[in-house]
Design a protein around this ligand. Structure first.
Ligand code: AMP
Ligand code: GLY
Length: 419
């Protein structure tokens, strides 16, 4: 089959890499892609009509949008109207990620455990709620804010400042409505599951590292590394998550009449009172995907087609028992401002010497040289017979890659080792 991947991050590079290895996939096209991806299509990906026409002309069998942005503005609706098979929720269902208050209402309506929250569209009421509840407390811009719209405030003053930032436009339109919620304590895990409207099937568990600094310190980022499986999700927890989150999610989708044939990503906090959902995303996690797909032995394209065709019940996922880890190499200064344009060296050598795979995220070719142009630049991903071997291999590859200012966290998977 022919597959079109839409997006240009590390996640999309990993998706296209996994597709390329499938005997069922004859060709993978990528738009807009990045320097790590092959078969680049030169089409403005915000022009859904043109992209869909290309897919029809080329006989594409499966379209896979990576990021949330095209899903939230309705890429699935346009492609389905044109008779194309596309993996993802339609625009209405994508609000589960696009609007935190929509997601909160969905969870409350369908009894999915989550933090208690209030929803406000004016500053004064938001500030009163914070005074009532006290700190610690979490302030979230309602709309999409590229992972930066959440403040876990340790003091009332910090929470008040976060509310003011939202209403002063720090997150653009995303911030004029805020969700303020109870601060949950526990260990986080990423639960990804395929859904076809009739069936829900989880992928292997994983854990992200959102903070920029070792020991989970400093500001939040898009994710500095991930590993799979996450030992916090043991068999008992899987059972609870299935009972309390996945099955109610599926029933909620059915009861609300949502067209959701794609992947749901539940960020969960494993609290003393059991798992609670921090957020839903309607796409693959980045960098969790790099680690999870490294372990997938079944055909990703077939799994996606089964979801789109509502035949997921007949599909069985198979996983390597070897753990995988992805270490993100970032530009000096990230997640604040950073310098771009430094030449990146050592990728080929790192891959050849260690067997790791280096997924591109924030790279470009300028004047014939590979340079850093994003905050998160590369996802160095490796597998091992145990987690220690996977981690050591990933860092052995990391140590062969250079550009000015490059840094990574040296403690990816520390929670698994701490156990
Ligand atoms: P979100 O974009 O909603 O996943 O939030 C980003 C990060 O903020 C999460 O991965 C958590 O680390 C943290 N966070 C979000 N909501 C809460 C909460 N209610 N309690 C504690 N931490 C939270
Ligand atoms: N790794 C976090 C996310 O993809 O949202």
């Amino acid at each position: 089959m022919k597959v079109l991947v839409v997006g240009n991050g590390g996640r999309e590079h990993a998706l296209s890499w996994r597709f390329q290895q499938s005997p069922h996939v004859e060709q993978v096209y990528c738009a807009p892609s990045n320097p790590g991806m092959k078969n680049v299509i030169n089409i403005d990906i915000t022009d859904f009509e043109e992209l869909a026409d290309f897919a029809i002309a080329e006989g594409i069998d499966l379209v896979v949008p990576g990021p949330e942005a095209p899903l939230c503005v309705g890429i699935v609706d346009v492609f389905r109207t044109k008779g194309l098979k596309i993996f993802g929720p339609n625009k209405k269902a994508a609000q589960l990620e696009g609007s935190k208050s929509y997601a909160k209402d969905f969870m409350n309506r369908h009894a999915i455990p989550t933090a208690e929250a209030g929803h406000f569209n004016n500053e004064a009421d938001a500030l009163t709620y914070i005074q009532e509840k006290g700190a610690p407390i979490v302030v979230k811009a309602d709309g999409l804010a590229a992972g930066k719209g959440v403040t876990v405030a340790q003091s009332i003053e910090e929470a008040e400042q976060a509310v003011k930032d939202c209403f002063e436009g720090s997150f653009g339109d995303a911030g004029y409505e805020v969700v303020i919620e109870e601060c949950l304590i526990g260990e986080e895990a990423s639960i990804l599951a395929f859904v076809d409207g009739k069936t829900i099937k989880p992928l292997a568990s994983s854990q992200d590292h959102k903070a920029v600094g070792e020991g989970d310190t400093g500001p939040n980022t898009g994710g500095m590394g991930a590993y799979s499986p996450a030992p916090v999700v043991d068999e008992a927890l899987w059972k609870t998550v299935d009972q309390l989150v996945l099955q109610p999610f599926l029933k909620g989708v059915q009861d609300d009449g949502l067209d959701f044939r794609g992947i749901i990503y539940a960020g969960i906090m494993v609290t003393e009172k059991g798992p609670k959902v921090l957020e839903f995303n309607v796409r693959f996690g980045d960098p969790e995907t790099q680690a999870v797909l490294f372990r997938m032995e079944s055909c990703l394209a077939e799994a996606m087609l089964a979801s789109v065709n509502q035949e997921l019940a007949d599909f069985n996922f198979a996983w390597s028992s070897d753990p995988a880890v992805c270490v993100v190499l970032a530009s000096g200064g990230y997640p604040a401002s950073y310098e771009k344009g430094f030449e990146i060296t050592g990728i080929d050598e790192a891959e050849a010497a260690t067997g790791a795979v280096v997924f591109h995220a924030g790279t470009s070719i300028i004047d014939g040289k590979l340079v850093n142009t994003g905050g998160r630049v590369l996802g160095v991903t490796a597998k091992g017979k145990d987690l220690r071997e996977a981690v050591d291999t990933a860092y052995a590859a990391v140590d062969r890659i250079h550009w000015e200012g490059a840094f990574c966290r040296r403690d990816i998977a520390h929670k698994a080792f701490d156990r």
